[in-house]
Design a protein around this ligand. Structure first.
Ligand code: SF4
Length: 478
């Protein structure tokens, strides 16, 4: 190929992207592009002015949110001569979107301090302040679309101040640091379990924490509530189905109307009501209102009704607790740890829930497990291992204590999540999940976020972690 000739493919791509970057309406770029422009601050940053004429300094644009609500969390901005403030940023094409999308009435948007729009339109709100981007881009829209298309992760300038000293650690130093932070998190969890066990006994503390894990993350408190009243509602229900009906009843999650569209769901509901009808007056004092449950943004597999079905199988087994106790005695190769615990918590088949995500969904062609591997890891790291460890510690059983600790540090990495994704990029300068080799290393990173990032802000103001890393690393690298 003639080196002087322009790469035809690159030319195609440029043309296509330049065209695609523009919406149907020729002049308005897609919202995703505006988000990328804001994240990478492809703006004439020294010229920014809000729609009411105030100068705007962006000390930090915030972090892209993957969890609904405002587009960027934790931005730090300065308006005119006012003091810098921290808050959220929402991006819309038009300023009228603030009301049109219902942000003005949505509690999740109450911390928004800046509404970034392509252009101001209609009646302009002054709370939050509005920044029309149209006149502040640092390059033409088509050029920005091409430049930002493949950008993922944080621009280098937005990494945390600790990312430089952390990058100077070798892999075993980094592992050592993360494991040390993980141990703190692990012991905190174990101590919380101990505190509860002192009040309610080891077994009850275990159940409360199992339920808590089943509620993660939107329904932790209703699940804990159910576990706390277990001694009230558990008696007299023996079969899995009776326990399920009872749990659905006391949780407030048993629908009082048939679906009229799913025959198998309606058959289940009729049977469940036959059980709950007899019980409900007796358990009225511990029945939760349906309103305490959150369903927004939940994947069907994580629906609380399905999680309660899983709990009903565990409760129906008489020996679940002793199986967990016995699990820590034999030697288990690291590679088999996950499977060995999965076996204890796994449910063979549920007549209804193996075939349905929710009451309203149609029956599935293939049965789906009630418990996936990711949840087993959550149970191990957050409940089973800390519970076994603190029991061994209290009982002075050094051998079990060491064995449980070993399992914790050997446990394979858990499923990725939005906290880890952001932390990896901010602290470790990488979006690759593989940098964290174990569940303990993930826990360690989350602990650092909790201990340092959550006490600072997006520009790492007053954070001592970078200096601590530097001074810790110094003697080992000389
Ligand atoms: S706040 Fe501290 S720990 Fe968090 S990224 Fe900034 S320097 Fe690192």
């Amino acid at each position: 190929m003639d080196a002087r000739a322009e790469n035809f493919y690159a030319v195609w791509r440029t043309r296509c992207r330049a065209v695609n970057a523009l919406h149907d309406d020729d002049s308005v770029p897609p919202e995703k592009l505006l988000q990328a422009v804001w994240q990478h601050q492809r703006l004439r940053r020294d010229a920014l002015k809000t729609s009411d004429g105030k100068t705007l300094r962006v000390l930090h644009p915030g972090f892209a949110s993957a969890e609904g609500g405002p587009d960027f969390r934790g931005a730090v901005l300065q308006l005119g001569d006012e003091k810098p403030v921290a808050g959220d940023v929402e991006i819309d094409l038009q300023s009228a979107g603030w009301r049109a999308h219902g942000h003005d009435k949505n509690q999740s948007f109450k911390n928004v301090i800046l509404h970034v729009v392509w252009e101001a339109s209609g009646k302009i709100e002054t709370v939050p302040s509005v920044l029309p981007l149209k006149n502040f881009l640092d390059a033409p829209v088509a050029e920005l679309a091409l430049a930002l298309e493949n950008e993922s992760g944080l621009p280098a300038a937005l990494r945390g101040k600790c990312s430089a000293p952390l990058s100077e650690l070798n892999s075993s130093q980094l592992a050592e640091l993360l494991n040390a932070a993980a141990k703190v998190r692990f012991e905190n969890k174990a101590n919380a379990i101990l505190a509860r066990a002192k009040n309610s006994g080891w077994e009850q503390a275990l159940w409360e924490n199992l339920f808590k894990a089943l509620g993660y993350k939107n329904n932790v408190w209703p699940m804990v509530n159910l576990a706390e009243t277990k001694s009230r509602w558990r008696g007299g229900a023996d079969s899995v189905f009776e326990i399920q009906a009872r749990l659905l009843g006391v949780s407030g999650l048993l629908p009082d109307e048939l679906t009229r569209s799913q025959k198998s769901s309606d058959t289940f509901l009729r049977r469940a009501w036959d059980v709950w009808w007899r019980d409900r007056d007796e358990f009225a004092d511990c029945t939760l209102p349906r309103a305490v449950w959150k369903f927004h943004g939940l994947r069907p597999a994580n629906h609380p009704q399905r999680r309660l079905a899983l709990a009903s199988h565990w409760l129906a087994r008489k020996n679940l607790v002793s199986k967990i106790e016995n699990w820590c005695a034999p030697e288990i190769p690291d590679k088999k740890l996950l499977d060995s615990l999965h076996e204890i918590f796994q449910v063979e088949r549920d007549d209804f829930w193996s075939w349905h995500w929710t009451f309203k969904s149609a029956s599935m062609i293939k049965p789906q497990p009630l418990l996936g591997e990711a949840r087993v890891t959550d149970l191990a790291v957050n409940v089973v291992l800390p519970w076994l460890w603190v029991r061994a510690k209290e009982g002075g059983n050094e051998k079990i204590l060491r064995a449980v600790e070993r399992r914790f540090f050997a446990w394979p990495a858990a499923e990725d999540n939005s906290v880890l994704k952001l932390a990896r990029q901010r602290l470790l300068g990488t979006s690759s999940a593989r940098v964290l080799k174990s569940a303990a290393q993930q826990q360690g990173l989350m602990q650092i976020v909790r201990d340092f990032c959550e006490h600072s802000n997006a520009i790492c103001a007053d954070c001592r972690f970078p200096d601590l890393v530097r001074s810790w690393q110094a003697p080992t690298t000389i």
